[in-house]
Design a protein around this ligand. Structure first.
Ligand code: AKB
Length: 313
């Protein structure tokens, strides 16, 4: 049986997605890869891979008899604004290399994540629709919108099976996020678990769509295993769980850690957040492949604090 390649397996999503894929398909079927010399999943074959190196990517696909790719290596919104050319090259060259190797090696399926960053100021801020105005204002967002179009182009031109989700801000404890605007929420929870105070780089009332990583991983696996004929929405699916602001998150944390204190010092990331929707309409995902989040916001906070407490006893 052909194997699954996870690109970016040491990253925030890849770390947990690789573990979940092993549970579904078994360790022999999953190959982890990342730019670092060593992997995080000792039970898996690991390849050091810079996804912008097309030759090396093709070699890994051939060597391991790969049939499916989950391509998760990317520069995120805040880091992308600081290093625009690097971010564009990683996000676009990486995706084009994956799509091209998938075409040439006739892979069965590709998964590639888009993001709420593909939306912009002309998108309705509440219940951002599946199809509607999109005018991203960050290099990351532009790369996500362009990537969505490239995925559709390859799918239509070559009949390839390419699946994609517009992830909201993802909250997790297993691996560091890679320089995003929604990272403030993770920083708040890590600070609370460590008994430290927290300085938010977003305003107290800056509401954004968010999701707990176990739900995002399950959504990815459910989308990838859905029958193709059910996927009636072209391109990348909107995906949602709940929305909250830094002030609302701090209030929930304070109910659990009374001494937790937060201050607000918005920086350039505030401008990024202001151009993103506050909430997302994910009814297409709910209709086409029965998407539904499992964790409530409060359950996410409790689960994060519980896991972080066992990491920092
Ligand atoms: C970011 O903040 O850049 C990411 C995203 C919303 O895609 N977490």
């Amino acid at each position: 049986m052909k194997k699954i390649l996870v690109i970016g397996a040491n990253g925030q999503i890849g770390t947990e997605l690789a573990t979940a894929l092993v549970k579904v398909h078994g360790a022999k079927q999953v190959v982890a890869s990342d730019i670092q010399p060593a992997g995080k999943h000792p039970e898996l074959s690991y390849e050091t891979l810079d996804v912008t190196d097309a030759k090396r990517l093709a070699e890994v696909v051939r060597q391991h008899d790969i049939g499916e790719i989950y391509h998760l290596a990317a520069a995120l919104s805040a880091k992308g604004e600081e290093h625009p050319e690097w971010a564009w090259n990683l996000n676009m060259t990486g995706l084009l290399n994956v799509l091209e190797v998938a075409r040439q090696a006739k892979l069965a399926k590709v998964f590639w994540p888009s993001s709420i960053a593909a939306f912009g100021p002309s998108t309705p801020r509440d219940n951002a629709p599946q199809i509607g105005p999109m005018d991203p204002k960050t290099v990351y967002g532009i790369s996500k919108l362009a990537g969505e179009h490239w995925c559709t182009w390859y799918a239509e031109k070559y009949g390839m099976d390419i699946r994609s989700l517009r992830y909201p801000g993802l909250i997790s404890y297993s691996a560091e996020p890679g320089g995003g605007t929604t990272d403030y929420a993770i920083q708040a929870l890590f600070a609370a678990a460590a008994g430290s105070d927290f300085t938010s780089f977003l305003d107290a009332d800056s509401t954004l769509p968010m999701m707990y990583m176990p739900d995002a991983v399950r959504a990815t696996i459910e989308l990838m295993s859905a029958p193709k004929e059910n996927l009636k929405t072209p391109g990348s699916y909107n995906l949602a769980a709940w929305s909250f602001s830094p002030g609302e998150l701090v209030a929930i944390i304070k109910q659990r850690c009374a001494s937790f204190e937060a201050t607000y010092k918005p920086d350039f990331r505030q401008g990024i957040a202001d151009a993103w929707p506050r909430s997302i309409d994910d009814s297409s995902a709910r209709q086409d492949w029965a998407w539904a989040p499992a964790y409530s916001l409060v359950e996410m906070v409790d689960d994060m604090l519980m896991h972080l407490a066992t990491r920092n006893p």
